[in-house]
Design a binder for this molecule. Structure first.
Ligand code: CU
Length: 122
């Protein structure tokens, strides 16, 4: 094996490895916004990822800062944008701070998770 061929192989392996790392579903934006606030109680949580996600294996939990869990509906993907997971919120949210804990499985079966907070009202 010549050294230039060896370097070429290493470069190809590295490119493959970084490509699969990029294929993980990373949260790119959300509504309500990450760390932000909304004036009124939202009817759904929208989570937009860097990759298409599988709704059957993806989802979110919502809790008031005080700790009480908020009931959520069944997650689905936006048919117009399969990178966006939509989770209905089961009831009106009182003013206050809330935490979203999400988990996502991208179409390449890789699993990611994370959390963020948002505020309802001022
Ligand atoms: Cu991946």
């Amino acid at each position: 094996m010549t050294s230039s061929f060896r370097i070429g192989l290493m470069a190809a392996a590295f490119a493959l490895a970084s490509q699969s790392a990029q294929a993980h579903a990373l949260l790119e934006s959300a509504s309500p916004p990450v760390g932000g606030s909304v004036a009124n109680s939202p009817s759904q949580i929208r989570l937009t990822f860097s990759e298409d996600v599988v709704p059957q294996f993806s989802g979110a939990q919502l809790a008031a800062e005080a700790g009480a869990a908020i009931p959520l509906g069944r997650p689905s993907v936006d048919p117009a944008d399969r990178k966006t997971l939509v989770v209905p919120i089961g009831r009106e949210l009182a003013a206050g701070r809330y935490k979203v804990s999400w988990r996502a499985v991208s179409v390449d079966t890789h699993r990611t998770e994370g959390s963020f907070s948002f505020t309802v009202g001022r």
